[in-house]
Write a protein that binds this ligand. Structure first.
Ligand code: SF4
Length: 430
């Protein structure tokens, strides 16, 4: 891929936010999440430096019998509860989830694949989502009203999703109306001034906002198709919460960086001038994934020096310079399919979450597969789903009690579903 340089005056880049991460993972990773649930931040792991917004759900204390149980005991209890519940429960495990939890999942996949997998079980009473909060919300949007979606640890949020707060987004929308004029007025080609687009990794409240304003949801697999859809209907796009996915996708579609200003909600007009916003094609929310921003061009250079012929594949949530320096960029599913499709033994350097990379390395022993980041640093929010929490929610179900249910209210769910349905109907250009 061609490389590109970033000018220090480029409105698309916030150098403060993009500063290379220096923190490494805490040794607290060896502990159970209940020991750090009470501490500010998301706990040990890549997002440990991010601040949890006030109002984010907190998990009550896990009963001692689960905190003190051995790994073997928890494994046995989870299996026993699942056998008792049978088809009444479906357990979903995200690609980035820790191995001792994924071992009990009926399905493993990315957030949207898992929400769709749950659709195949309309008769299951409960869907236990071993992922993070926004994923459980999406499953609730797509499940039947009688099904309970359960998140084993309520503190398993997503630091990226939490960076787009609904009040800040509403405020941004008002400021854009001041600059761009009425946001429902169409130009000669029938396009409104701005179409909001949100990544799947966002709260239901943001998906609902997008749905109410004629916008759409995207995944890392279909972001280009979704942006094409949005450009047909709007003069520009407001993209949240992940600046990197937005920038990498729009850049690949030919949008120049100077037409992608970043919106920092802590600054007037997001930190741009009215002229920059008027000239924009994609306005990028300031969010990022703490796991994927750890990857650097220096890591890729080192991998190439130490492994001549290495194939470097990174996730599009990585910074633009990293995506440019890699051989390929794609979603977790793209990475899995690329490895699966390699006919000859190949060395792969992968830029995504460590649990997925390790699982791929175990599944494809004919290839050498390693993570670009030498510091083993998982998604700390996902890490909060310890087997102790999984055993607890399952045994509560056996006892006839539903705990940690995630419900999206109808006023949010209806427009959020509309935004998801637009995504499903959007087709790539022929
Ligand atoms: S890997 Fe990043 S985007 Fe995914 S759940 Fe963790 S913090 Fe959120």
């Amino acid at each position: 891929m061609p490389t590109s340089t970033i000018s220090s005056t480029d409105p698309s880049v916030d150098h403060l936010i993009q500063a290379a991460p220096t923190e490494s993972c805490s040794t607290d990773l060896a502990a159970g999440p209940w020991t750090f649930d009470a501490v500010a931040g998301y706990g040990p792991g890549s997002s440990m430096g991010d601040v949890i917004p006030t109002g984010a759900p907190r998990q009550g204390e896990l009963p001692a019998e689960y905190r003190e149980a051995s790994e073997e005991d928890l494994d046995r209890r989870i299996r026993a509860a699942k056998t008792t519940l049978g088809d009444r429960v479906v357990v979903l495990g995200h690609f980035y989830q820790r191995e001792e939890v994924v071992a009990h999942a009926d399905y493993v996949g990315d957030s949207f694949q898992l929400a769709n997998a749950a659709l195949e079980h309309p008769d299951a009473e409960a869907i236990v989502f071993c992922g993070v909060h926004f994923m459980a919300e999406t499953a609730d949007l797509l499940s039947t009203p009688d099904q309970a979606v359960i998140l084993p640890n309520l503190a398993a949020g997503c630091s990226m999703a939490d960076m787009a707060d609904i009040d800040q987004v509403e405020d941004c929308w008002e400021q854009l109306a001041d600059v761009l004029g009425p946001l429902d007025a169409t130009d000669d080609s029938g396009r409104v001034p701005v179409i909001p687009v949100t990544y799947m990794n966002s709260s239901a409240a943001i998906k609902g906002f997008v749905g109410r304003h004629g916008g759409i949801v995207c995944t890392s697999s279909n972001a280009e198709t979704v942006l094409e859809w949005a450009f047909e209907r709007g003069q520009r796009v407001l993209f949240f919460p992940d600046q990197h996915l937005g920038r990498n996708t729009a850049k690949a579609m030919g949008v120049p960086l100077h037409r992608m200003p970043m919106w920092n909600p802590r600054r007037p007009l997001g930190g741009s001038s009215a002229a920059q916003l008027a000239d924009s094609k994609v306005i990028l929310w300031h969010g990022f994934c703490s796991v994927h921003r750890r990857f650097t061009v220096a890591q890729i250079d080192q991998a190439r020096a130490e492994h001549p012929g290495v194939r470097v594949i990174v996730h599009p949530e990585c910074p633009m310079e990293v995506v440019d320096a890699a051989d390929e960029a794609g979603s977790t599913d793209y990475i899995r399919r690329a490895i699966d499709g390699a006919a000859e033994p190949t060395t792969f350097a992968i830029g995504t979450e460590i649990n997925l990379v390790r699982r791929l390395a175990a599944q494809y022993p004919q290839h050498e597969i390693f993570c670009l980041d030498p510091v083993v640093c998982p998604c700390s929010t996902m890490y909060r789903i310890h087997p102790g929490y999984l055993a607890w929610v399952l045994e509560e179900l056996v006892a006839g009690r539903v705990v940690n249910r995630i419900s999206v209210t109808a006023d949010v769910a209806d427009p959020a579903r509309a935004a998801l349905e637009r995504m499903l109907a959007a087709k790539p250009r022929a």
